[in-house]
Write a protein that binds this ligand. Sequence first.
Ligand code: HEC
Length: 134
Amino acid sequence: MAILALLLLIPSARADEAPLTATPGDATRGRAIVADRTRGLCLLCHSGPIPEERFQGNLAPPLDGAGLRWTAAELRLRLVDGKRLNPDSIMPSYYRTEGLHRVAPAQRGRPILAAQEIEDVIAYLLTLREEPPR
Ligand code: HEC
C-alpha cells in the first residue's frame, strides 16, 4: 500500500508546482496576453470569454471554466511545456527552450513568454470559473 501511495505521488511531484517568479501573477495583464494575437496566440486555437476578439479558434477546448478544471500547478505545466502531457500536442510549449527544432536564430534560447507572463496568464485562467456557453 505504501508503495502504491508513493507511485500516486510521483506525477504531482513532477508537475510545475512552484510559481516561476516571486511576484504573483496579475490576471488583468494575463487577459491581455491571452487576447493578444502577437504574444499569447491562444485565441488562434482556443475560444474564451473575450468578447472584443471576434475570430476565435476551435482547434482546442474553450478556455472558459479553466479555473474550475485545473489548479495553478496544472495550468503551469500545460503552459510551460504541455508536450510533457501530450507529446503530439499542437499547443506550443510557452516556456521551454531546450529540445526544440526549426527555431529562428533570433529566437533561440528565448521562451515564447517570459516567466512573469506565464504567471500572469495562470492568474487570468484561474478567474475563468464559468463553463463555456452552449
Ligand atoms: C496551436 C494551437 C494552440 C495554441 C496557440 C494554444 N493552445 Fe492551449 N491547447 C491546444 C490544444 C490542442 C489543447 C488540448 C490538449 C492538447 O492537445 O494538448 C490545449 C489545451 C490547453 C489547456 C487545457 C484545456 C482544457 O482541457 O481545459 C489550457 C488551459 C490551454 N490550452 C491554455 C492555452 C493558453 C493560455 C494559450 C496561450 C498562451 C494556449 N493554450 C495556446 C492548442 C493550443
